[in-house]
Design a protein around this ligand. Sequence first.
Ligand code: FDA
Length: 367
Amino acid sequence: MYDYLIVGAGLFGSVFAYEANKLGKKCLVIDKRDHIGGNVYTENVEGIHVHKYGAHIFHTNNKQIWDYINQFAEFNRYTNSPVANYKGEIYNLPFNMNTFNKLWNVITPEQAKQKIEEQRKAANIAKPTNLEEQAISLVGTDIYEKLIKGYTEKQWGRPATELPAFIIKRLPVRFTYDNNYFNDKYQGIPIGGYTAIIEKMLSDIDVRLNVDFFQEKETFEALADKVIFTGMIDQYYDYQFGVLDYRSLHFETRVVDNTDNFQGSAVVNYTDSETPYTRIIEHKHFEFGKQDKTIITEEYPKEWKPGLEPYYPINDEKNNTTYKKYKALAEKETDVIFGGRLATYKYYDMHQVIGEALSVVRNELLT
Ligand code: FDA
């Protein structure tokens, strides 16, 4: 008999399992995939750690969480500084003085501010009613047209004029020559890949892969006193209040034979509307790899429907209202704890998932 059945060998389930095991609790972790790690899974292909479910860059401002994850791996000095490719023109991201210099030949922050202000004024949008107006009212037309419009429309599969303004609350604009995407104190990529971290977390724990909890729910529940559930909360409750919507993604990964350096950057965003993918990831650059070959992944946004991989929750009013109903049921459970991105219907970065898992450990096992 186990103390905990943990559904999902992703970061949430693995952190919980590791901590519970350390406190003497017996855990069984199951996952329907054929590997551990959930979406942070990396696969070693020709010595390159391929981020199978999209680029994963660890970043946090929280020293405790940084120290926590560093128990399991050493991190390299990778700094996320993606570039944008708009019809062959290359711009630095996030929007900063390098971007503005390339766009308008401006040199000083004052000149850049003036340019943005001129464009915002000319657009004269008092109350934005859609995403396009919202973005222009924040950063002006040039940045919007070249760096936001095409990318966002591909991401959401709809014209920006038909997307709600609330999707973009702020657009960080930086008036320094600083291409570091994140403002966080700590960031990097684990040397040896993310899968090695999860392997360490689960090294003393029983794990069963290729098993779907819902296929044998009663059998699995009978194995443990409590369940930690990190799958989709609407599925857990048999979709009784309706299906929660997501955006999905499709990844095309290939080894490029004729070059060892395809794009000179781990992440290139394609911001025009003609290119069908939103990003190309060149995995070796996360690790300053020197291999003879290189591996790239094109990332295509995709409409989600049940059965496809759910990536980004759509936290609009309709879905949030539905989620609240599921959450109310979840809160009444005494033997099931819901955690992680799918069970709480939230986009979480890795550091947030670790923080949430540790807080569940504190409530559940240390109080
Ligand atoms: P996760 O989805 O990883 O794990 C849940 C597991 O449960 C899965 O393995 C699933 O198979 C399993 N499961 C579900 N239902 C089941 C069932 N019925 N039976 C058995 N198993 C079941 N974060 C960050 O900090 N930096 C970054 O750069 C990125 N980049 C990024 C890119 C993309 C494209 C996405 C979508 C996300 C990111 N993230 C990120 C976020 C990061 O992926 C996220 O924080 C963690 O993977 C969440 O871990 P969880 O354990 O919550 O879910």
